[in-house]
Ligand binder design. Structure first.
Ligand code: HEC
Length: 365
């Protein structure tokens, strides 16, 4: 679906640098346009064609040369520095990619870079080879997107656990209680007394819809002595439209939902996203409709590409991609997000979240 690859590195810092003023000095901190050039043109060349054999994080340092960070090429490999900033013709790396020396042709086996890629390397070295990759990547950082996060319980396949065995059987009403009680017993603790009905209904209201019960609702529950009295309350709350408002908020927080661009000093444009609410309502409805999670994610990434083609309502899901002021200024229409994200906006926050979501989806199969 996307050509972007996970992008290690201090994203906010890069963004700040990118926004800083442009200067031509081959400074330690590359200036905005130069950094953009590195991210758009140079990093992909190294990552796609060289990291395989020249990255300590991949466990391969052929010729003693590390190309996945700045000091790597500065120090160079067995033959010394690979790049002479400002001087392409003196740079061993360029000689290697130009295939002029039959004994040093990189990448090897005839997988020569295109002329355009080589020209980009020349231009980059001429500008002083500005490179923001100042720390040596560790194996875990690039072992694959998500790193150790893949061990998180939420990415493990479901399996039926054996309920814990407990001493205080009398307290147990269902298997979930067993797990709770087992932990308490493990720590020499005993459960509290059950909450009274008034407290219980208040808690479950706040929990499921974020609002307190009315007096009538409390009274109905207090006077209902039937065994499923509590279940009835829960079912009612789960089917309440407020349920989606309460729980959709968590997703909206993650997506950084906002009605405005957060900058109120704009002169030529409004700081309000006039249609932001369509995305907000989409999320709320998805929760209320029990939309399957994988569909929920896919729609937010690519509703415009999903069948049925005429389903206009799910297009609001693409608001996910708009919740970022950097992306927003450049990309006035939904399609443009998808086209432009792999380029310079890869650093932006939306793209990070997009990649996370895409990866998450892959884990779900
Ligand atoms: C398939 C593995 C492989 C890939 C991919 C690869 N290299 Fe190499 N590279 C080597 C090996 C092996 C050496 C050691 C010298 C030799 O055997 O040719 C080397 C050596 C070098 C050297 C010389 C280092 C020195 O100091 O002697 C440079 C420069 C270099 N590679 C640049 C690159 C660049 C730039 C890329 C990507 C465009 C790249 N390599 C991709 C395997 C690879």
């Amino acid at each position: 679906m996307m050509n972007t690859r996970p992008h290690p590195g201090p994203l906010p810092v890069l963004l700040v640098l990118w926004l800083s003023t442009i200067s031509n000095a081959p400074a330690a901190e590359p200036a905005g346009a130069q950094l953009d050039f590195f991210e758009n043109k140079i990093r992909p060349i190294f990552a796609d064609n060289c990291y395989k054999c020249h990255s300590p994080a991949n466990g391969k340092i052929k010729g003693g040369l590390e190309l996945d960070w700045k000091s790597g090429w500065e120090k160079g490999g067995d033959s010394g520095p690979a790049i002479v900033p400002g001087d392409p013709e003196k740079s061993l790396l360029l000689k290697a990619v130009r295939y002029t020396d039959p004994d040093l042709q990189m990448p090897p086996k005839g997988e020569k870079l295109s002329d355009a890629q080589i020209n980009d390397l020349v231009a980059w070295i001429k500008m002083g080879a500005p490179d923001p990759r100042v720390t040596r990547p560790t194996a875990t950082a690039t072992a694959g997107y998500g790193g150790k996060g893949k061990d998180h319980w939420s990415f493990k396949p479901l399996k039926k656990p054996t309920p814990a065995s407990v001493k205080g059987e009398a307290w147990v009403k269902n298997d979930v209680d067993r797990f709770v009680l087992a932990r308490l017993e493990e720590n020499g603790m005993t459960p509290n007394d059950p909450a009274d009905k008034r407290t219980l209904i208040r808690r479950v209201y706040y929990d499921l819809i974020g609002l307190p019960p009315t007096e009538d609702e409390v009274m109905t529950f207090l006077t209902d002595d039937s065994p499923p009295a509590f279940e009835k309350v829960v079912d009612k709350l789960l089917s309440s439209p407020h349920y989606g408002e309460r729980w959709g908020r968590h997703w909206l927080d993650v997506a950084r939902y906002s009605d405005s661009k957060g900058q109120f000093n704009r002169q030529r444009e409004s700081s309000i996203y006039p249609y932001a609410w369509t995305y907000r309502d989409y999320v709320i409805k998805a929760f209320n409709d029990d939309k399957p999670y994988n569909r929920f994610i896919m729609e937010q990434l690519a509703a415009d590409k999903l069948p049925p083609a005429n389903d206009k309502t799910s297009l609001a899901a693409l608001g996910f991609l708009r919740q970022d002021r950097c992306v927003d200024q450049r990309l006035p229409r939904p399609h443009r997000h998808l086209r432009a994200l792999p380029r310079s906006q890869v650093r932006s926050d939306s793209a990070g979240r997009l990649l996370f979501a895409a990866w998450h989806l892959r884990q779900l199969g």
